[in-house]
Write a protein that binds this ligand. Structure first.
Ligand code: ADP
Ligand code: MG
Length: 251
């Protein structure tokens, strides 16, 4: 089912400038895609369009067989359940434990009173613990998020996305606030998830080397336009100059 965008455009100022401009792309289930481009190029807007966080722009955007540009209410909630989102700043509830933060990812699967009272299904608790184990946080279940390091917090955030049992994970510069070694740990986990569970991964990466190392397909935005879509080895110097809009000397 994947993701399909046809002439997708999005403007925040009534058409004066475009955060996304006539984007056409088809993404198959199970792909691992790195999204690159300068700050302000449209990377975040693209990810937010896919999970329906942005109000619809123009054109068509189909995600997992649903037309996101016309979805609302229950259908939108049900789509979001299948799309995990990982943020640069982790977005955990700092006063809650690692386990409680992961259980937030099960909210859409249980009645509201259970999440509010913390009375989670035993099966959800088992799943959450198993998932924390899988991201290298075995035994850290009860630690408050605020006491975990940045890298550990991001792994909790990944676990929270995973217990949603998503078909797609969108990660918006998930390694940007981590040092380079931890950045690779986060990308290793996403790569493993992609391979083992066939979850489609779209990850915004501002470090080009990391995009090249991890992704089989790279897409690049420049001023809202998709200016590259291909294999890492096809990213030539000329294309990089176009994407990053700078002269040779600074690359
Ligand atoms: N909520 C918003 N309101 C107004 N303008 C926005 C909003 N979100 C993004 N933009 C604008 O859209 C463009 C693309 O932004 P963004 O998608 O955040 O780029 P990137 O993630 O590549 O840095 C920028 O010009 C930005 O200022
Ligand atoms: Mg961004």
């Amino acid at each position: 089912m994947g993701i399909k965008a046809y002439n997708l455009s999005k403007s925040f100022d009534e058409g004066k400038t475009f955060a996304l401009k006539n984007v056409n792309i088809e993404i198959s289930q199970g792909e691992f895609i790195a999204v690159i481009g300068l700050s302000g190029a449209g990377k975040t807007t693209f990810l937010r369009a896919i999970n329906g966080t942005n109000s619809p722009g123009t054109g068509t955007l189909e995600v997992l067989g649903q037309n996101v540009t016309t979805l609302s209410g229950k259908s939108l909630v049900s789509l979001r359940k299948q799309v995990g989102f990982i943020f640069q700043q982790f977005n955990l509830v700092k006063s809650l434990s690692a386990l409680q933060n992961v259980l937030v990812g099960r909210t859409a699967y249980s009645p509201l009173w259970r999440s509010v009272t913390g009375c989670y299904y035993a099966s959800d608790v088992t799943l959450a613990k198993k998932t924390l184990d899988s991201v290298g946080l075995r035994g850290r279940y009860d630690e408050k998020a605020r006491n975990l390091s940045g890298g550990q917090q991001q792994r909790v955030a990944i676990a929270r996305a995973l217990v949603q049992e998503p078909k797609i994970i969108l990660a918006d510069e998930p390694m940007a606030s981590l040092d380079p070694k931890l950045a690779e740990v986060v990308l290793d986990i996403l790569a493993a998830v992609n391979q083992q569970k066939n979850i489609t991964i779209l990850v915004n990466i501002h470090v080009l080397e990391l995009a090249r190392k991890y992704a089989k397909r790279i897409i690049a935005f420049r001023k809202g336009e998709l200016v590259f879509d291909g294999k890492p080895e096809s990213l030539t110097q000329a294309i990089l100059e176009e994407i990053y809009d700078v002269d040779k000397a600074t690359l």
